[in-house]
Design a protein around this ligand. Structure first.
Ligand SMILES: Cc1cc2nc3c(=O)[nH]c(=O)nc-3n(C[C@H](O)[C@H](O)[C@H](O)COP(=O)(O)OP(=O)(O)OC[C@H]3O[C@@H](n4cnc5c(N)ncnc54)[C@H](O)[C@@H]3O)c2cc1C
Length: 462
C-alpha cells in the first residue's frame, strides 16, 4: 500500500453498520482527524468511524483488513510527531466514545478503563478513593493514546511512565482477533511480554481497547519548591546531583528563562526570569521536610537561590498548571506561529553537555526557542517557533532538529524519551537502533499486520 486509499460509498455504508458511535465524512470531522498538535502537514482521512466496544473495533478492523483500507487509531490527537496523520487516507478510528472507567480496585491499587478515557477524568474519579494515576503528559490525552505512545510526564522520575504502569490490556489485531495481555498481578513472568510490545507501538500493531493501570495512594503530604540558577548548566547539574543523591523527588522540572517569561504572561505569575527548577516532594510531613531540606542544600552548591517552597494546595496546583501550560504559553507569545517540539534523552552523566550542545545549535539559527524538560529523567525538550506561512522555515528547522538528534544519538542518547517516532523520526530510529533491530520490528509488524493497514508510514516507511 503506497498510495492514498479512498473509501468507497459502499464501504462507508458497511462501516456504518459496524460502529454504533457513528461514521462521518463531513469536512470538520475530516479536518479534525487529519492532524495532531505538531507542525506536520495535515492529511484528511476518507472517513471517521466511532466504535463503542471491543467487538465493534474487531468488526471494523476485520472489514478494513479484508478490503485493505488503512486504519489510524485516534485518541485525543495531542501527539507531536505526525502520529495520527492518515498519510494514506482510509479510516480514522476515533476511540473517544469508549470512555468508561470500568472498575476502580483500591485494594489492588489498580483501575480498569476503556481506551478513550482521558487522564484528567480518570484522576477526578480516582481522587474519590484517595488514589491517583501518575502519568501526566502536558495534554489531556486518552489512556489508549498514552499507552500507544509510551507516554511519560512530570512524575515519571518517581512513579514511572506508561511502560511501568500498564499492567494488562485488551487489543484488537489487524484481522480483528481480540487478544488479552498481562494480568492484574504485581508480578508476572509468563511468556513474551506482549503488553510492553504494544505499549509504544503507536497504533501500528494493534488497536488497544481496554487497559488495567497501576494507581497510587495520594500522598499524605505534598510540597512544591521553586529554585533559580545563574545558568542553564547550573540548573541541570543540580538536578542530576539530586537524582544521584537518592532523594526521592516526585517531580523535578527545568525551564529556561525565556520559558519562565512566557508562563508568567500566560498564567499571571511573577516568577523571576532566570533558569528555574520546579520540584515536588511526596511523603509524610516529616519526610517531605527532610527531602526539601536536602534538596535545598544541594541546589545551594550549584548557585541555586531564592528556594521558595509551599505546602499550600492552591500554590502547588498553580505552579504545575503553569508547567503543563508551557507549550501553550510559548505559542501564545508568538501569535499565529507554530511550534516544533523536540524530545531527546541522554544518560544522566551527559545531560548538562547535551543541553549545552543543543542550546548552541539552536542559538546559531534565527528561530525563537525555549529549553525545558524532565531533567531528573535525562529527558529535555526544546520548542522552536516557526511561521506556517514560510514553509522554508519548517524545512530548515527539521534539518536542524535532525542534526541535533544525530548528535544526541552519538552521545549515547535517544531521539525520543516519550513522544515516540511517528512520521518524524523514522530515519533517527534507524540511526539509533541500527537497521538490524529495525528489521526485527518490521518482521513483528508483518506477522501482526501483514497487509500494513494499521497506521501505515509510521515508525518505518512502507
Ligand atoms: C502541550 C502538550 C504537552 C505534551 N506533553 C507530553 C509529555 O509531557 N509527555 C508525553 O509523553 N507526551 C506529551 N505530549 C504528547 C501527547 O500528549 C502524548 O503523545 C499522548 O500520549 C498522546 O495521546 P492522545 O490520546 O492524544 O493520542 P493520539 O495523538 O490520538 O494518538 C497517538 C498515537 O497513538 C495511536 N493510538 C491512539 N489511541 C490508540 C489506541 N487505543 N490503540 C492503539 N493506538 C492508539 C495513534 O494512532 C497515534 O499513533 C504533549 C502534547 C502536547 C500537545
Amino acid at each position: 500500500m503506497q498510495t492514498r486509499v479512498d473509501v468507497t460509498p459502499d464501504q462507508i455504508a458497511t462501516l456504518q453498520t459496524l460502529a454504533t458511535g457513528g461514521v462521518s465524512t463531513n469536512e470538520s470531522s475530516l479536518d479534525q482527524h487529519g492532524h495532531d498538535e505538531s507542525a506536520f502537514t495535515p492529511v484528511q482521512p476518507s472517513v471517521v468511524v466511532w466504535p463503542c466496544t471491543t467487538q465493534e473495533v474487531s468488526a471494523v478492523l476485520s472489514f478494513c483488513n479484508q478490503e485493505r483500507i488503512p486504519v489510524v487509531a485516534f485518541g485525543a490527537g495531542t501527539s507531536l510527531e505526525g502520529h495520527v496523520v492518515p498519510i494514506y487516507g482510509g479510516v480514522s478510528l476515533d476511540l473517544t466514545q469508549m470512555n468508561r472507567i470500568i472498575e476502580v480496585r483500591p485494594d489492588d491499587l489498580l483501575v480498569r478503563v476503556e481506551t478513550g478515557v482521558q487522564r484528567k477524568a480518570l484522576n477526578e474519579k480516582l481522587s474519590k478513593d484517595g488514589l491517583f494515576f501518575s502519568v501526566d503528559p502536558g495534554a489531556d490525552a486518552t489512556l489508549g493514546g498514552m499507552a500507544a505512545t509510551g507516554a511519560a510526564g512530570t512524575t515519571t522520575v518517581r512513579y514511572g511512565s506508561m511502560r511501568e504502569n500498564v499492567m494488562a490490556l485488551t487489543a484488537v489485531l489487524a484481522d480483528g482477533t481480540v487478544i488479552h495481555t498481562g494480568r492484574q498481578t504485581r508480578k508476572l513472568s509468563a511468556g513474551y511480554d506482549l503488553t510492553r510490545l504494544l505499549v509504544g507501538s503507536e497504533g501500528t500493531l494493534a488497536v488497544i481497547t481496554e487497559l488495567t493501570l497501576r494507581v497510587f495512594g495520594i500522598p499524605e503530604k505534598m510540597a512544591a519548591a521553586v529554585v533559580r540558577f545563574p545558568t542553564l548548566a547550573d540548573g541541570v547539574n543540580a538536578a542530576t546531583a539530586i537524582v544521584r543523591s537518592g532523594i526521592a523527588v516526585a517531580r523535578c522540572e527545568f525551564l529556561d528563562a525565556k520559558c519562565i517569561g512566557f508562563i508568567n504572561a500566560f498564567d499571571h505569575l511573577t516568577l523571576t526570569e532566570l533558569p528555574t527548577i520546579f520540584f515536588e516532594f511526596h511523603g509524610s510531613p516529616q519526610g517531605v521536610e527532610e527531602d526539601a531540606q536536602s534538596v535545598k542544600e544541594i541546589v545551594h552548591e550549584f548557585g541555586g537561590s531564592e528556594f521558595e517552597w509551599t505546602t499550600q494546595e492552591e500554590g502547588r496546583r498553580k505552579l504545575w498548571q503553569a508547567r503543563h501550560n508551557s507549550h501553550w504559553a510559548t505559542l501564545a507569545a508568538f501569535p499565529g506561529m507554530k511550534g516544533v517540539s523536540t524530545d531527546m534523552a541522554v544518560p544522566l552523566s551527559k545531560l548538562a553537555e547535551a543541553v549545552a550542545v543543543v542550546d548552541v545549535m539552536l542559538a546559531s539559527h534565527p528561530f525563537p526557542y525555549t529549553v525545558l524538560g524532565h531533567v531528573a529523567d535525562g529527558n529535555f525538550h526544546s520548542q522552536i517557533i516557526t511561521d506556517p506561512n514560510k514553509p522554508e522555515q519548517l524545512i530548515e528547522i527539521r534539518h536542524l532538529v535532525h542534526e541535533m538528534t544525530m548528535k544526541i544519538i552519538e552521545m549515547g542518547g535517544t531521539c525520543t524519551g516519550e513522544h515516540g517516532i511517528g512520521a518524524g523520526k523514522i530515519s533517527a530510529l534507524v540511526a539509533e537502533t541500527g537497521k538490524e533491530a529495525v528489521a526485527v520490528m518490521r518482521a513483528i509488524k508483518s506477522v501482526l499486520d501483514p497487509h500494513s493497514i494499521l497506521n501505515p508510514g509510521k515508525i518505518f516507511t512502507l
